[in-house]
Design a protein. Structure first.
Length: 702
């Protein structure tokens, strides 16, 4: 036996970090100790432990009660049984924020195991009999306990517990196939997005682009070991290019690349996947007794039915369409004025709209995003957003470099309440990179709940974004739109951090999905408030405060093209509802594009062009295909009505009014899903919301 073998045998066996106490600040995830092989082992053992817990509940000889059936399941994860939750949370967050080929392959293996396990639980007849008994015969419950019981019972029914054996077997097949298709959809989109680059070597082709866009593109080229400039489809790269480049041919190239993602008839094409997902969801809904998938979904939403959703969308079309037509015509007129007769174009195409829209905004308000960038240096924006939370709610943030993170871009903070007590851990992941999905989102690594010993277990909340990256020449300088995105995701984070409920499944953002955007969209209102901007918007070189004149122009321009923006969201809502109000399955993958066009026609201002016919939104519409928003994308517009109505109170009382903020925290942010959303909203607002505040804020009506 050689010496190396002896040393190897004497080494203590490495322990899977998911199996042990984390032994980190606030029990945060030990990202630095997790290896790829740890995941599968933890998933397998986590499933085994939950099966063991389920057997204990089922085989309990005592009469089923709320405490030995419902609460036992909820609180069982506190120690031994929480393994599956711990590993699932980390794995799927990494799959979105920091994946690679090995993780993607593992996801293909893990997903069927998890779907089967979930079905095994939800379709377990003996378990459901106990829950059904408790639902019918139970002790006097608190509002929160009753909500948990109703959710548990309704969740089983909606998952097929009342089906016969043949129905249950078919439901298993449908859910397992849908989970794999959703995963493949996301992986295809990420691969196709990262596969495209526009590599420029002739500096003349950069004409019109601001210095920040050029520097970022040069940095991207250096990182890829190439000369020149590289532009990608990540928002911080794509948006400046499509807005500022004078090269119409290159704008078209970028636009078409962006809007034909997963629509090329290759291995990353999502048309067939979308068709299958739509048909599976329809069959699943009809199996459970609903005519459409939208009927199934909306039963657990504030909107409650298709009629209400379509009324909202159609009311918005009626209110905003006249203004949107004027906005569109103004852009066309601007193009005519700027273009010499010999350069005239037959019509304004989608890749022209951002370019001439920017020119029009500059003319009307003498402002554009690049003027504001120097005042929105990321570290100052962070201070401003944190400072807003301090001013409203008294909470404070302290970076803790001892908390492990999964990438150097990520910062970890301890959050303290106004009395100095520990409130939460907050992670922030700011910049695009390979292996990270585009867009922005909030997630959790640990939810909030109160354990059986009375300890209030505090949440670990994360926001993930794709902001402009720093370069060797400049720090990360954001646009106003990126500041709004930060505020939006931070609003979700506050919803998570302020959670104060007994049960984790009811805490934080675990609310009905057309209510969850209220806290996030509420925070966006501050982005154009002078009093807020003056707390952090300082020039990164001179320290000069954002001038009053610029702030006035920002405020005046806040509703620029607001109607076009609204109709764009309405269009997405109509596409979503078009697919999920079907009563018969789609026959071919080609139906995806056809139905997309048909569904959204009422929100379109211009006839189809040849190029538009060659693009497709649905095949990259993650929200409704792989993100859980199916039959629910209208929620952003629904929440706009709520957030405008809620912020109106702050405008009356003062945008930093702490008494109003405390009432918002106590009535909504801390209560999660413990009561019906309208009850929570009315507790804060003292009445139901109306569309009046939104129309007034957007300048549609006085």
């Amino acid at each position: 036996m050689n010496e190396n073998m002896i040393e190897s045998e004497q080494e203590p066996k490495r322990k899977n970090p998911f199996f042990e106490p984390y032994d980190t600040p606030h029990d945060t995830v030990p990202f630095d100790r997790i290896r790829i092989e740890d995941y599968e082992e933890a998933f397998v053992e986590g499933i085994r432990r939950e099966d063991e817990q389920l057997e204990k509940i089922i085989n309990n000889p005592a009469k089923p009660t709320f405490d030995n059936t419902i609460v036992y399941h909820e609180e069982g994860k506190e120690h031994y049984y929480d393994l599956l939750s711990r590993v699932s949370t980390v794995f799927f967050n990494m799959l979105s924020a920091n994946t690679n080929d090995e993780m993607d392959a593992l996801a293909q293996k893990i997903q069927p195991m998890l779907t089967k396990h979930a079905n095994d639980v939800m379709l377990n007849k003996d378990y459901f009999e106990r829950i059904k008994h408790v639902h019918r015969f139970h002790r006097i419950l608190t509002n929160e306990e009753k909500q948990l019981l109703d959710n548990e019972f309704d969740g089983f029914v909606r998952s097929g517990a009342l089906l016969d054996e043949a129905g249950k077997e078919r439901l298993r097949q449908l859910t397992e196939e849908a989970s794999m298709l959703s995963l493949q959809f996301s992986q295809n989109l990420l691969k196709d997005t990262k596969a495209f680059t526009l590599h420029i070597t002739d500096e003349a082709e950069l004409d019109g682009l601001p210095e920040t866009a050029r520097e970022a593109a040069a940095q991207e080229a250096r990182e890829q070991g190439k000369e020149g400039w590289i532009f990608t489809l990540d928002f911080p790269s794509y948006s400046p290019f499509i807005t500022y480049s004078t090269r119409r041919d290159l704008r078209q190239k970028m636009y078409m690349a962006k809007n034909t993602l997963c629509f090329h008839g290759n291995s990353e094409d999502n048309q067939e996947i979308c068709k299958k997902l739509v048909n599976i969801r329809l069959e699943l809904a009809q199996l459970l007794g609903y005519p459409t998938f939208a009927d199934y979904v909306l039963k657990r939403r504030m909107a409650s039915n298709k009629r209400t959703v379509y009324k909202l969308l159609n009311d918005l079309i009626a209110a905003y369409r006249p203004t949107a037509l004027k906005e569109s015509n103004d852009i066309s007129e601007m193009a005519k004025k700027l273009l010499k007769p010999e350069n005239a174009i037959e019509r304004i195409e989608p890749w022209d709209t951002p370019f001439y829209s920017h020119k029009l905004k500059l003319k009307k308000y003498k402002i554009d995003a690049e003027m504001l960038r120097p005042y929105f240096e990321l570290s100052n924006v962070i201070k401003g957003v944190f400072g807003l939370a301090t001013r409203l709610y008294g909470i404070t943030f302290k970076e803790n470099t001892d908390i492990p993170v999964y990438h150097p871009d990520v910062k970890a903070y301890e959050v303290f309440d106004k009395d100095g007590s520990y409130l939460a851990v907050f992670y922030a992941d700011f910049h695009p990179r390979k292996g990270k999905q585009s867009g922005a989102w909030m997630t959790e690594y640990q939810g909030q709940w109160i354990d059986s010993k009375g300890k209030n277990v505090r949440p670990h909340v994360s926001v993930v974004m794709n902001f402009t990256k720093p370069t060797p020449e400049k720090p990360a300088l954001l646009t106003l739109g990126e500041v709004e995105t930060f505020l939006h995701e931070f609003g979700h984070a506050l919803h998570g951090m302020f959670a104060n409920t007994r049960f984790e499944s009811l805490s934080g953002t675990n609310v009905w999905w057309d209510f969850v955007e209220l806290p996030s969209q509420f925070m966006e209102n501050y982005a154009v408030e002078k009093e807020f901007l003056q707390t952090f918007a300082f020039h990164y070189q001179t320290g000069e405060m954002l001038p009053d004149d610029l702030i006035k122009r920002v405020v005046k321009s806040r509703n620029f093209n607001i109607a076009l923006s609204c109709l764009r969201q309405v269009k997405f809502g109509l596409i979503d509802m078009g697919f999920y109000t079907l009563t018969k399955p789609l026959e071919s993958a080609e139906d995806i594009k056809l139905l997309e066009r048909k569904s959204s026609r009422e929100a379109e201002l211009k006839p189809d062009t040849a190029e538009r016919l060659n693009t497709c939104m649905t095949v990259q519409f993650s929200h409704i295909m792989a993100g859980g928003y199916a039959a629910g994308y209208y929620r952003y517009l629904w929440a706009e009505v709520l957030d405008a109505d809620a912020f109106y109170v702050f405008k009356q009382k003062g945008i930093f009014d702490q008494e109003t903020a405390q009432r918002f925290r106590d009535s909504i942010l801390s209560r999660g899903g413990t009561e019906h959303p309208m009850i929570l909203y009315k507790r804060f607002r003292k009445k139901e919301p109306t569309i009046k505040a939104l129309l007034k804020r957007n300048g549609i009506k006085n």
